[in-house]
Design a protein around this ligand. Structure first.
Ligand SMILES: Nc1ncnc2c1ncn2[C@@H]1O[C@H](COP(=O)(O)OP(=O)(O)OP(=O)(O)O)[C@@H](O)[C@H]1O
Length: 681
C-alpha cells in the first residue's frame, strides 16, 4: 500500500478526518515529487487542528507522538492498528531530515520569527523556524497568529497616555489611600495600574478574584482622567465570547457597578462617573457583526469598529481565529483589556491564546524597572520572587489576581480548585491525591448539605455508586422538574412567562458535567441514562416524544436567525398560542425576561442533562457534579477538573470511576503548541 493510501485507511479507521487526507491528496496533485514524509507532516498539521492545536512542533511530534491521539476516541481494533502504523512511521523519522524535506515541499512557505516569508505567498502551509524549533502551520492559523502578534506588539510599544502622577493619585483614591506600611500585596491595585498605563493588558485570576471589580475601577480611573480634562468620555465596549458568558457578565457588571463604592475622583461625582461606565455586554460576534453566511465580519481592517477601549471577559474561551478577527476589527489605537482565568480549559476551537499570553503570569517576570514603577505608582512593594531581569514586554502587561473573595479564602471549593491547579512533582512532593481526600473529608456544609462529596470506586462498590448517583440526579434535577410541573392553569401569557423564568432559574441549581462525549460515562450515554432514571422516578414523562415537557437543551452553534448563541440553554415547555397550548422552548432573553422559540426553528441543539466540561465554561451552577470515567484518557487533564470544580457556587460532587484515573488526570496538563508566547517579547 502506498503511504497516501495508508493515510486513506486511517480515515476509514476513524483515526484522522477526511479533510486531513484531502489536504494531502490536494498537495500531491498540485505538486510533483513531494516526499511522503512532507505529506505526513501536512496531514499531521491538519489533524492537530482537531485537537485544538494551531500548529505542530516537529520536534515534539518525534519525541511524543502519542500526544497526537488526544481525542475522545473509541478503542476499536482498526483504530489501534492505524495508531501503531502512524507511530511506527513517526518513530523512523529524523528531525533534521524531516525539516529539510518539508522545506523542499512547494506547498510550504518558510519564515523565521521576523515574519519574512520565503516561498509561495499563497502556499497552504507555513514553516516557522526559530532558535532551533520548527513549527508547521496551516496558513490560515499562521496568519491569525501573525495578526495577533503584530497587534499586541504594536500596542505594547505605544507609550502610556496618562501621566504616572495621575495614575498614582487616582489609584490612591480608588484603593485604600497611600499605603504607609507594607501589608499583603494588593494585586487588584497593581492590575489596575498596569492596565491603566498599557495599551494592551491582561488581568487573569480564578473565580471571584475580582477581575470585574478591578476592571470597573480601571474604567472609572480612565474616565475620570478624561472628564478631568473636559474631554468627552471614552467610548468603551464590553464583550464576551459566548452568549451565555455575555449574559452572566451583563448581570455581574451591573451588580458590581451598583455596589461599587467610588470616591469622588478629580472633583467628579461618583454618580457621574458610574454614568459613563457601560454595563451592556455583547458577544464578540455581535460586536464585530458577522457577514451573512460567511466567517467574515463587517468590522474588519477596512471598516474597523470605533472604540477607545474594548474589554473582553472569559478570554480563555477565545480561539485563535476569533482573537485575530477582534484585532483586525478594531482600530490600531483601541486599547484592549482581556480578562479571564488562564487555568481554565483552552477554547474548543484551535488555540490557547489566553494561556499562551499568560505563560509567565504566576511568576510575574517583572523587570526591575516595572518593580520600581509598581512601587512608586501603585504603592505596592512586591517580593523579589516576581522579579526577572529578562522579563518580556508582554510579561509587564499581565497581572494575575491571587485572592478569591467569592469563596472565602481557604473555603473548601477554592482549596480544592487550587490543589488541582497546582503543578506538583508527586515523586518529590506530597501526592495530590492524599491532600484531595483530606479536603473532601472536611465537614463544611451549606444549609446542612455538604459542600464537597467524593464518590469513587473502589471505596464505593458499583451498587453504592449507582444508588448515590441516582439520588444525586433525582434530587439535583428534581428541583427544576418540580417547577416544570407547576404549569399555569389558565392560558395567560404573562403567567407562562413567569413560569418559564422560574423554570430557567431553577435549572441553574444543578448540573452534571462529563468529560467525554462518547461511551456510558460520556455525554450521549449519560443523557439516555438520566432520562430513564427521571422517568422511573416519575419526574419525566413521554420521553419518546422529542420535545417532551422539561427537556433541557443546549444550543451547539450560533444561530443568528433566532438570535441564539452556542451554549445558550433552553427548556422545552408549553405556551398558549390562540387559546391552545403549543410546544415551545423557553430561553432567557438576556434582559431579565424570557423568550419562547418554536422547536422547529432550533437547528443545532442537544439534550443537556449531561454537559461537557468544555461547554460549561462561562457558566456557574449552585451545585455542580462532575463525572470522570473509569478509563484513563489524555483528555482528562488538571485544567478540565479545575474548570469543572470552579463552575460550582455552593456545592461540588466528584464522581470518579477510579482513583487512579483521577490521580493521573490531576497530574496531566493541557499541552498546546503555538508561537504566540515565543514571538511577543
Ligand atoms: N478587594 C475586594 N474586597 C472585598 N470584596 C471584593 C474585592 N474584590 C472583589 N470583591 C467581591 O468579590 C466578589 C467577586 O468579585 P468579581 O465579580 O469582581 O470577581 P471576578 O473575578 O470577576 O469573578 P468571576 O469569576 O465571576 O468572573 C464580588 O462580590 C465582589 O464584590
Amino acid at each position: 500500500m502506498s503511504n497516501v493510501n495508508l493515510m486513506k485507511s486511517w480515515v476509514d479507521a476513524g483515526l484522522i478526518r477526511y479533510v486531513d487526507y484531502a489536504l494531502v491528496k490536494f498537495t500531491q496533485e498540485q505538486t510533483q515529487n513531494v516526499s511522503d514524509e512532507a505529506l505526513l507532516a501536512i496531514m499531521l498539521t491538519s489533524h492537530s487542528v482537531a485537537l485544538g492545536q494551531v500548529c505542530i512542533n516537529l520536534e515534539d511530534v518525534i519525541n511524543t507522538p502519542e500526544a497526537l491521539f488526544s481525542m475522545d476516541e473509541g478503542d476499536d481494533e482498526a483504530q489501534q492498528v492505524a495508531r501503531v502504523q502512524m507511530l511506527e512511521w513517526i518513530n523512523g523519522l529524523s528531525l533534521q531530515a524531516w525539516i529539510e524535506v518539508i522545506k523542499g515541499c512547494p506547498a510550504v512557505a518558510v519564515t523565521d520569527a521576523s515574519g519574512t516569508v520565503e516561498g509561495d505567498p499563497n502556499s497552504p502551509l507555513v514553516l516557522v523556524e526559530n532558535n532551533g524549533s520548527a513549527l508547521l502551520y496551516l496558513r490560515r492559523y499562521w496568519q491569525a497568529e501573525d495578526i495577533i502578534v503584530k497587534a499586541i506588539r504594536a500596542r505594547l510599544m505605544s507609550s502610556s497616555q496618562i501621566d504616572d502622577s495621575d495614575i498614582r493619585s487616582l489609584l490612591a483614591d480608588l484603593f485604600d489611600g497611600n499605603k504607609e506600611f507594607v501589608t499583603d500585596t494588593d494585586w487588584q491595585r497593581i492590575a489596575c495600574g498596569i492596565a491603566a498605563s498599557n495599551h494592551f493588558s491582561i488581568i487573569t485570576g480564578g473565580p471571584g478574584t475580582g477581575k470585574t471589580t478591578t476592571v470597573l475601577k480601571l474604567l472609572a480611573l480612565l474616565q475620570a482622567e478624561r472628564l478631568k480634562q473636559a474631554l468627552p468620555p471614552l467610548a468603551i465596549r464590553l464583550a464576551a465570547p459566548t452568549g451565555k458568558a455575555a449574559a452572566r457578565l451583563n448581570e455581574s457588571i451591573a451588580d458590581n457597578l451598583q455596589r461599587l463604592q467610588l470616591p469622588e475622583l478629580e472633583n467628579i461625582q461618583p454618580e457621574d462617573l458610574k454614568a459613563v461606565i457601560p454595563t451592556q455586554v455583547m458577544t464578540l460576534h455581535r460586536l464585530l457583526k458577522p457577514k451573512p453566511n460567511s466567517r467574515q465580519f463587517m468590522h474588519n481592517k477596512a471598516n474597523p469598529l470605533v472604540a477607545d477601549i474594548v474589554v473582553v471577559d472569559e478570554a480563555s474561551m477565545i480561539d485563535i481565529e476569533m482573537m485575530a478577527s477582534l484585532f483586525e476589527g478594531i482600530e490600531p489605537t483601541t486599547r484592549v483589556i482581556l480578562l479571564g482565568d488562564k487555568d481554565q480549559l483552552a477554547s474548543v476551537e484551535a488555540g490557547y491564546v489566553l494561556g499562551d499570553l499568560c505563560r509567565g503570569a504566576l511568576e510575574g517576570h517583572y523587570t526591575p524597572d516595572t518593580m520600581e514603577w509598581i512601587k512608586n505608582v501603585c504603592g505596592e512593594e512586591m517580593s523579589d520572587d516576581y522579579r526577572d531581569e529578562q522579563g518580556s514586554m508582554l510579561n509587564q502587561a499581565v497581572c494575575m489576581l491571587r485572592k478569591s473573595y467569592r469563596f472565602l479564602e481557604g473555603g473548601v471549593i477554592h482549596r480544592l480548585a487550587s490543589l488541582v491547579n497546582e503543578e506538583r512533582d508527586n515523586y518529590l512532593e506530597a501526592p495530590k491525591m492524599d491532600e484531595l481526600k483530606d479536603i473532601f473529608a472536611e465537614k463544611d456544609a451549606v444549609n446542612g448539605v455538604p459542600v464537597l462529596r467524593l464518590l469513587t470506586q473502589p471505596q464505593h462498590s458499583d451498587s453504592v455508586l449507582e444508588a448515590d448517583f441516582k439520588k444525586l440526579i433525582t434530587f439535583g434535577y428534581g428541583h427544576y422538574l418540580d417547577v416544570v410541573a407547576q404549569m399555569p392553569q389558565n392560558l395567560d401569557a404573562k403567567a407562562f412567562d413567569q413560569w418559564g423564568k422560574k423554570v430557567l432559574q431553577a435549572h441553574t441549581n444543578f448540573q452534571l458535567l462529563v468529560a467525554l462525549r462518547k461511551g456510558d460515562w460520556g455525554l450521549e450515554g449519560m443523557n439516555d441514562q438520566i432520562e430513564r432514571l427521571l422517568v422511573s422516578d416519575k419526574k419525566l414523562m413521554n420521553i419518546d416524544s422529542l420535545w417532551y415537557l422539561g427537556r433541557p437543551v443546549m444550543v451547539t452553534q450560533n444561530d443568528y436567525s433566532v438570535d441564539l448563541m452556542n451554549g445558550d440553554i433552553g427548556i422545552s415547555l408549553r405556551y398558549p398560542v390562540n387559546g391552545e397550548l403549543k410546544q415551545r422552548v423557553v430561553f432567557s432573553d438576556g434582559k431579565g425576561g424570557v423568550r419562547w422559540v418554536l422547536p422547529s426553528r432550533l437547528q443545532s441543539v442537544e439534550t443537556v442533562f449531561a454537559m461537557t466540561v468544555h461547554k460549561s465554561q462561562g457558566s456557574e451552577f449552585h451545585h455542580t457534579a462532575m463525572l470522570l470515567p473509569s478509563q484513563s484518557s489524555p483528555i482528562l487533564t488538571k485544567e478540565l477538573i479545575y474548570t469543572g470544580i470552579t463552575r460550582s457556587k455552593k456545592h461540588f460532587t466528584l464522581i470518579s470511576g477510579g482513583e487512579k484515573v483521577l490521580e493521573e488526570a490531576m497530574n496531566r496538563k493541557v499541552e498546546r503548541t503555538s508561537g504566540l508566547s515565543l514571538y511577543i517579547s
